[in-house]
Write a new protein. Sequence first.
Length: 131
Amino acid sequence: MRWVERILQSLRRGASLGERGELLAAKHLRRNGYRILERNTKLGAYEIDIIAREGDTIAFVEVKTRQGDPYADPEANITPTKMRHLRRAAGIYLAHHDNPEYYYRFDVVTVVIPGSGAPEIALYRDAFPGE
């Protein structure tokens, strides 16, 4: 199913803002050469929105979505606590999927869905350091 159809279908079934943002983020990542490995992955008490591969790098991707307000930066909600949780979740993932040939990093995709017009999507590679 094409990405447009999935987004329209999610809107019809009342998908949350976060779900719509994650669909748009996954599409944007694929367009930028990422291969999506997993989405909404629970790892212990934590969750990673998207786990993807770009070349020889595993990207743990946090998606932040806002609706309509161009002045509220979605990435402002990535607090030190959130970063710590993402690092812990990534540690659990790597313990089960470790491959010494791959690097890893933390990326952030921000999505702003305006009242009208196209969504604004930004990708921040290596947005914050691992431990």
